[in-house]
Design a protein around this ligand. Structure first.
Ligand SMILES: [Zn+2]
Length: 291
């Protein structure tokens, strides 16, 4: 039984993901002059851009909660408990490899009804520049959110297809020419050199399979994205709550879903979804102000 007082419903596209209020969730983003970040945890809303330059603190109580409600001291894999990883459609193979989607052929992987709802919906193939050019796919209107989460500086839509499988097929055909993953260390070390994405789209469109070329979008709008960063790390040092239960430091900026802290440290908020944490902040001593 789900207790609505304890659970909050997070929309992931059309998907509903159930998570407890006291667990970390990825930051909400909105596109302004720079990306505006909001962290919601423990029923509190923190506009994170305002905290840049101040001391922040994350304290983990040693517990994680899977979206199914099971508690443990660690996740089995990819933010799921053992049971969910092997049973729920949200963790099936085609989630990680869209080219394996089969709902459009009425073939079930784990739960055909769920897979149909998830897969048989408009998807986009895009090109983004986060650490150099990459190809990616996203559902419906999630594009800009996806790009902000990945720390992309520029992005363009390449194709709009009626189901996830077709977007996977296009992605596979373009992977021979461009990366499909972000080099996060490079993404966090600065702003990448600008790329002519309209030209790249033109060149790569030639390699889209002939039967899918009809889905290439004529719109060549390039979205430019800037992040609130005062100082990029010189040598990126990843921090994890599994290794250090209390992470604190001066917030130097935010890019993608990463908090950039002093001492060249970075903290991936999204990779810690489901961790039970306390978040707090205070002005730094340099500011000479105390609560
Ligand atoms: Zn679970």
């Amino acid at each position: 039984m789900l207790d609505s007082a304890i659970f909050s419903i997070i929309s992931v596209g059309k998907l509903q993901k159930i998570m407890r209020k006291n667990t970390l969730k990825k930051m909400n983003t909105s596109l302004g002059k720079v990306v505006e970040y909001v962290l919601e945890v423990n029923g509190e809303t923190h506009p994170m851009n305002n905290l840049i330059g101040t001391q922040i603190k994350l304290e983990w109580n040693g517990e994680v909660i899977c979206s199914c409600g099971r508690r443990d001291t660690k996740f089995y894999r990819s933010g799921f408990c053992y049971t969910c990883y092997w049973e729920v459609p949200q963790a099936s193979q085609s989630i990680f490899k869209p080219e394996l989607c089969t709902a459009h052929l009425d073939i079930e992987e784990r739960d055909l009804a769920w897979e149909k709802e998830f897969q048989l919906a408009p998807h986009y193939v895009y090109l983004a520049n986060s650490s150099g050019i990459k190809v990616g796919i996203t559902r419906g209107s999630q594009g800009v959110i996806r790009w902000m989460d990945q720390g992309a500086s520029q992005a363009i839509l390449l194709a709009e297809v009626p189901n996830r499988r077709f977007s996977g097929d296009i992605e596979v055909s373009l992977k021979r020419f461009v990366a499909d993953v972000t080099n996060w260390r490079k993404m966090l070390s600065g702003t990448p050199a600008s790329i002519d994405l309209v030209q790249m789209k033109k060149e790569l469109s030639v390699h889209v399979p002939d039967d899918l070329k009809q889905y290439i979008l004529a719109d060549d709008t390039v979205t430019e994205i800037s992040y609130p960063v005062t100082e990029f790390p010189k040598k990126v040092k990843s921090t994890k709550l599994e290794k250090t239960a209390v992470i604190e430091g001066v917030l130097k900026g935010i890019k993608g879903q990463y908090l950039l802290l002093d001492g060249d440290r970075v903290f991936n908020v999204r990779a810690h979804e489901g961790f039970v944490v306390r978040f707090s902040h205070q002005p730094t001593l340099q500011q000479g102000v105390l609560f």
